[in-house]
Unconditional design. Sequence first.
Length: 150
Amino acid sequence: MPGVLTYSPAEIVQQLLIDLGLGTTPASGGDQPAWPVIADNEPGSPNNCITVRDTAGVAFRKHVFGQRNRHHGFQIMVRGGTHRIGWPKANAIAEAIDGIVDVTIVTVGGTAYCIGMIRTTGDVLRLGPEANSTRRRFSVNGLIYVRQSE
């Protein structure tokens, strides 16, 4: 059914970033690999990580069969040990997302998703330092049009 997603847009974008080689699959416990990509909850460590969250989307005209169509919103948070580590990673992610022009298939938990459009909605945003830390955070916000394959 159009519009129904088993996994959230954040989980789909998480897998897309891993598939593009912009980050790695997080470990289930213990030490994390370089630049783990996590959906929803940002961990306390490591210093360098990527977290994807769901945000407000934008509705647009109804599907030909009367169902809603939506560009789902997402936010990619990049945390780096320093500004010189975090900003280049966030910028690389933004460039990669905006460089996707063809339909892309992503598989999450055995379910295939067809990404018809994905784009950023602005520049990389500097969110500043974490309290009592050298770690810096950056945000890449965007929209994704995705359909679950049947």
